[in-house]
Design a protein around this ligand. Structure first.
Ligand SMILES: *[C@@H]1O[C@H](CO)[C@@H](O)[C@H](O)[C@H]1NC(C)=O
Ligand SMILES: *[C@@H]1O[C@H](CO)[C@@H](O)[C@H](O)[C@H]1NC(C)=O
Ligand SMILES: *[C@@H]1O[C@H](CO)[C@@H](O)[C@H](O)[C@H]1NC(C)=O
Ligand SMILES: *[C@@H]1O[C@H](CO)[C@@H](O)[C@H](O)[C@H]1NC(C)=O
Ligand SMILES: *[C@@H]1O[C@H](CO)[C@@H](O)[C@H](O)[C@H]1NC(C)=O
Ligand SMILES: *[C@@H]1O[C@H](CO)[C@@H](O)[C@H](O)[C@H]1NC(C)=O
Ligand SMILES: *[C@@H]1O[C@H](CO)[C@@H](O)[C@H](O)[C@H]1NC(C)=O
Ligand SMILES: *[C@@H]1O[C@H](CO)[C@@H](O)[C@H](O)[C@H]1NC(C)=O
Ligand SMILES: *[C@@H]1O[C@H](CO)[C@@H](O)[C@H](O)[C@H]1NC(C)=O
Ligand SMILES: [Cu+2]
Length: 609
């Protein structure tokens, strides 16, 4: 490995130019100012949201067909670090890491079929960074997935890189740093890709990220959770704001205006690091039209559980009396699904024309007692697969366990007996591009050679610790073919295969793994590259709860372009010049760092996905 590093170290001067050289799409490309470009569709109107452009509508199989827009949208995201930052709820935080000066960062917007070209500038003081585009399938663009230690080396301070990928899906998602728990310090933003929808609506209210919010730094909390349970969050922010739960008169509620008589689309994103929420809007129902970038047939609910990393696009009819209504994020009772110092986090939904002031209707108390997410979503674009031949065995069962035996760290999370500790200096894709298969055990890799086949995985929760995990897979939307009952936990048995459903089941990229139970997923091996499967609770992924699917390594190696490989190599060279020798934290002798020999390694996988 050392000789590998020194070989890379000779080319740092190429860094800037190589990263900026990216080809525009063919056809009649036009480079546009990201936000102001016109929408690709003219037929997508209030009465016909199913329509998009000729040959493309809500029924189009977006996994095989993408509209050609010829548009490349450029964004620049500058990550900085600030001390003594006054947050939206008035609390001063010792240290935050911001994108373009705010939490959340800028909304990335595009049309279905656009090319995105996003420059990420790392202006942090000591940390590396890498940006992950959550839920974006990255078909044949694994090196743009933004997972340091897997698909790239971190971007060192003072450097930048350009991520380019095609918007093959449409709907709502988010992006966040994958460097340790850095997203918990504020390195997070929303993604909105315009496209068709399964229900008509009048007004798009835009993204509505909801996040737990901590006054301590993420790095501090990671240390804390190694030997303690997760802390309650200090607050919950709705689209970046809320009142201060402890100090009257500080902060302000998010305040969303509804137009009476109109149907609105709201794009809810759970950008938490730990808290799962149940959302409700007093006096109103919500109709789900999309989840995790998968359009679904409309389904109306009064309360909506959203796990960390999950997204729901809903429509809301402003059909009630003109007034103000609470939009509540409630914690599940009797379950370990998160908690906050702010016991009643809420936003205001204000009907245009109503007087100001706070809502008076308290809404209906939440009744859900588990962290169960919806299991009956029906995707518009169907997938039906046979589950009959599947036999569970040691190679397709993924056992999640909590290891309480480590001397220096009480809570260690493992999958199949291994705590993932990725290597920033030599990412998994480096091995794959070298044609090597001698991955370190700590990369927790599973090689999948099958081509264009459905592969099944049974994820089994720890049989002794009743904690749900929001499991997120990169590079694929998976089918949720089976899972145990949240109310009646049971370990996986061979006979459970007979209950599997392959007939257009719920398809998404984050699923709740029931406490003491299991979930079975299937994905099609149509996207060569290394894809992380991990728990989206920041503290758990930092604690090791992840595996790497190395999908069709030979095809990935053969398909990487020379330019992408050069950019990869140059970035690793820059990082390995910086780290560990120039990162001051390695000369720092803080007790926490000294206590654990693997400290710098476990920090590699970010808290947020
Ligand atoms: C972020 O900030 C940079 C530097 O000020 C600026 O060039 C860029 O346009 C900003 N990005 C967005 C999306 O606002
Ligand atoms: C933050 O504020 C505290 C208290 O006023 C002060 O002691 C500290 O030096 C400040 N830190 C920085 C980096 O400015
Ligand atoms: C990242 O920055 C945070 C905040 O300054 C610090 O606690 C942490 O040790 C840094 N990590 C590395 C690897 O630089
Ligand atoms: C949330 O903030 C973003 C960025 O300012 C904005 O585009 C969006 O409309 C807001 N969402 C709602 C529901 O108000
Ligand atoms: C977000 O997800 C986390 C973790 O799954 C969960 O604890 C929290 O309640 C969710 N928040 C919302 C608002 O759904
Ligand atoms: C919410 O916004 C509306 C429209 O701008 C305003 O009239 C109302 O006073 C606001 N409510 C609060 C509590 O600030
Ligand atoms: C909604 O939030 C408001 C404001 O915090 C609170 O008064 C109300 O009780 C909450 N309602 C529910 C159903 O949680
Ligand atoms: C387990 O089952 C898979 C099919 O799901 C098969 O490809 C594999 O060879 C089996 N492994 C073992 C160890 O039996
Ligand atoms: C995948 O294919 C490679 C090359 O043929 C082979 O060496 C390796 O054993 C295969 N791995 C699995 C898990 O099938
Ligand atoms: Cu977890």
């Amino acid at each position: 490995m050392r000789s590998f590093l020194s070989a890379l170290a000779v080319v740092p001067s190429l860094l800037g130019s190589a990263f900026l050289a990216h080809a525009a799409p063919s056809g009649m490309p036009h480079e546009v100012d990201a936000v102001l470009a016109p929408r690709a569709s003219t037929c997508n109107t209030a009465s016909n949201r199913a329509c998009w452009t000729t040959g493309f509508d809500i029924n189009t199989d977006y996994e095989t067909s993408t509209p050609t827009t010829g548009v490349t949208r450029h964004y620049t995201l500058v990550v900085t670090e600030q001390n003594n930052w006054t947050g939206p709820d008035g609390q001063v935080k010792d240290l935050v890491m911001l994108i373009n000066g705010s939490i959340p960062g800028p909304v990335i917007q595009a049309d279905w079929g656009d090319q995105l070209s996003i420059t990420v500038v790392n202006n942090l003081k000591t940390n590396g960074t890498s940006m992950h585009w959550h839920g974006i399938r990255q078909l044949n663009t694994n090196l743009q997935d933004g997972v340091n230690g897997v698909t790239e080396c971190p971007i060192p301070p003072g450097h930048s890189r350009v991520y380019t990928f095609l918007a093959t899906q449409y709907g709502t998602s988010w992006y966040h740093s994958h460097f340790s728990a850095q997203y918990g310090n504020g390195v997070v933003g929303s993604i909105l890709i315009n496209g068709p929808a399964s229900l008509p609506y009048d007004i798009d209210l835009g993204v509505f990220p909801v996040s737990d919010y901590y006054y301590h730094t993420a790095d501090y909390i990671v240390e804390y959770t190694k030997n303690n349970g997760p802390p309650a969050s200090d607050n919950v922010l709705f689209n970046g704001t809320n009142i201060n739960p402890l100090v009257a008169g500080k902060g302000k509620y998010a305040n969303v205006t509804l137009t009476p008589g109109k149907r609105h689309r709201l794009r809810i994103i759970n950008t938490s690091v730990e808290n799962h929420f149940i959302f409700s809007l007093a006096g109103h129902t919500m109709t789900i039209i999309e989840s995790d970038l998968v359009p679904v047939n409309a389904q109306t609910v009064t309360q909506l559980f959203v796990g960390v990393g999950q997204r729901y696009d809903v429509t809301i009819d402003a059909s009630q009396q003109v007034g103000n209504y609470w939009f509540n994020a409630t914690f599940v009772t009797n379950a370990q699904c998160g908690s906050s110092v702010n016991l009643f986090p809420a936003a205001i939904f204000h009907y245009a024309g109503a007087s100001g002031g706070l809502p008076t209707n308290a809404g209906t108390a939440v009744t859900q007692t588990t962290c169960a997410d919806l299991s009956n979503l029906t995707p518009v674009v169907k997938r039906t697969i046979s589950t009959a031949g599947f036999v569970a065995n040691s190679s397709n069962e993924l056992a999640v366990t909590l290891d309480l035996t480590q001397p220096d760290q009480l809570f260690t999370w493992k999958i199949d007996g291994t705590k993932m500790v990725i290597d920033w200096e030599q990412p998994v894709d480096q091995y794959v591009m070298n044609g090597q298969s001698n991955f370190p055990a700590s990369d927790n890799t599973i090689v999948v050679n099958n081509t264009n086949q459905w592969v099944f995985w049974v994820i089994e929760n720890d049989p002794t610790i009743g904690i749900a995990h929001p499991m997120h897979l990169h590079g694929h939307d998976f089918l949720v073919v089976g899972r145990s009952d949240f109310n009646n936990p049971s370990a996986f048995k061979a006979s459970d295969v007979s209950s599997f459903n392959g007939n257009n089941p719920t398809r998404r990229d984050v699923v709740m793994l029931p406490p003491l139970g299991w979930v079975a997923i299937a994905f099609r091996t149509d996207n060569p590259g290394t894809w992380l499967l991990h728990c989206h609770i920041a503290w758990h992924v930092s604690g090791g709860l992840a595996v790497n699917f190395v999908e069709r390594p030979a095809d990935f190696k053969a398909g990487v372009s020379a330019a992408d490989k050069t950019a990869f190599t140059n970035q690793c060279s820059a990082w390995n010049t910086y780290y560990p020798s120039q990162d001051p934290f390695h000369q720092d002798d803080s007790g926490l760092r000294k206590r654990s020999g693997i400290q710098s390694r476990f920090l590699g996988v970010g808290s947020i996905e």
